[in-house]
Design a protein around this ligand. Structure first.
Ligand code: FDA
Length: 306
């Protein structure tokens, strides 16, 4: 209920202005975002990699409404790749890209072309790209673009969201050799016609989808902070005789860092999703919507700063 309310309120221009201009927002943002510059992104990536983790970097921005903006977002990824390469980090750090940041809402073929440019550069730099999944209005277009990209770059990862009713079937389709699939619960406000609304139903769908991915021959990436789902993934890995490294866990920067380290110490592969840049509003609102404790943290910071 709180989640849906926050996601709905986040769309209002007034809320956006209020949150974006509140000085305290910056300190909350720092918890979830590496910083505004590419230097910040590279610095945080280095720290995480030194701690034994892997990284997927997201240049913040989405729902781009102008072609020039889409080009700027594409160029930002190229600059990031050049910097990661120079720093010797492309073996352990990859990219996460939102198609709406590079033009999907303007023109599907423009987004596909920009994604291709990024994938080519990533391939030359020796790393991979995962295409994030956004609201359900973009699912088919996103899967079509990933399908095309995979013909040239088979390592391109896709994301499936357990809250969508279609996801278990999508997992069956994509659990094939070499296929990198990130499974998450899903972060957008979706209607009942396409998505489970009850948390328990979403978790059950996650477990069914996890089973399909573990039983298949692809490379599953379990993106969750949920202790029960992490434990179930571990059990299924044993059941299907999968050794660490044939699947991975993924978590967000700033969320459960001690659990990220614990899993790494146990020999598991853990990748941290690291966002950076100035366009943090929508990302922050989804993080607040996910967890009442994050809202409390935000409100406490507001109050304590007077
Ligand atoms: P949920 O939020 O339901 O939390 C379950 C439990 O986890 C909690 O009850 C608590 O026990 C524990 N927990 C969660 N947060 C905690 C915290 N801060 N501290 C302590 N315990 C905590 N979504 C999307 O739609 N498209 C995408 O492309 C992606 N990509 C993506 C990448 C990665 C790497 C991650 C981790 C997530 C995404 N997501 C996403 C977001 C995802 O869909 C989802 O909204 C969040 O991960 C929150 O869901 P959880 O699975 O963590 O469970």
């Amino acid at each position: 209920m709180l989640r849906r309310t926050i996601l709905a309120a986040a769309r209002s221009g007034r809320t956006r202005r209020l949150i974006t201009n509140a000085p305290v927002s910056r300190s909350v943002v720092r918890r979830f975002v590496a910083g505004s510059s590419v230097d910040d992104a590279v610095r945080v990536t280095r720290q995480l990699i030194d701690a034994g983790l892997r990284v997927s970097l997201d240049h913040l921005g989405e729902d781009t409404t102008e072609e020039a903006q889409a080009k700027t977002a594409t160029a930002a990824y190229l600059e990031l790749l050049a910097r990661l390469r120079r720093a010797g980090l492309t073996g352990t750090a990859e990219l996460s890209v939102k198609l709406s940041a590079i033009g999907l809402l303007l023109d599907q073929s423009m987004a596909a072309e920009n994604a291709r440019v990024i994938c080519e550069a990533a391939d030359r730099a020796g790393t991979t790209v995962t295409i994030d999944m956004e609201d359900s209005g973009t699912t088919d277009a996103t899967l079509a673009i990933v399908g095309d990209l995979r013909e040239s770059f088979p390592s391109v990862g896709l994301v499936l969201q357990a809250y969508l009713r279609r996801t278990e079937a999508d997992c069956r389709e994509f659990a094939c050799a070499g296929s990198r699939v990130r499974l998450c619960k899903g972060a957008y406000k979706e209607p009942e016609s396409v998505a489970f609304q009850d948390k328990l139903d979403v978790d059950r769908s996650y477990v069914r989808s996890l089973n399909v991915l573990m039983a298949g021959s692809g490379y599953p990436m379990f993106a969750t902070h949920d202790p029960r789902l992490i434990a179930i993934a571990g059990e299924r890995a044993k059941w299907y005789d999968r050794s660490p490294g044939t699947y991975e866990y993924q978590m967000l920067y700033g969320v459960r860092p001690e659990e990220q380290r614990r899993l790494t110490t146990e020999g598991e592969t853990v990748r941290v999703y690291v966002p950076y840049g100035d366009q943090w509003y929508a990302y922050l609102m989804r993080r607040l919507a996910e967890r009442p404790a994050n809202v409390a943290f935000f409100v406490r910071s507001l109050v304590s700063k007077g």
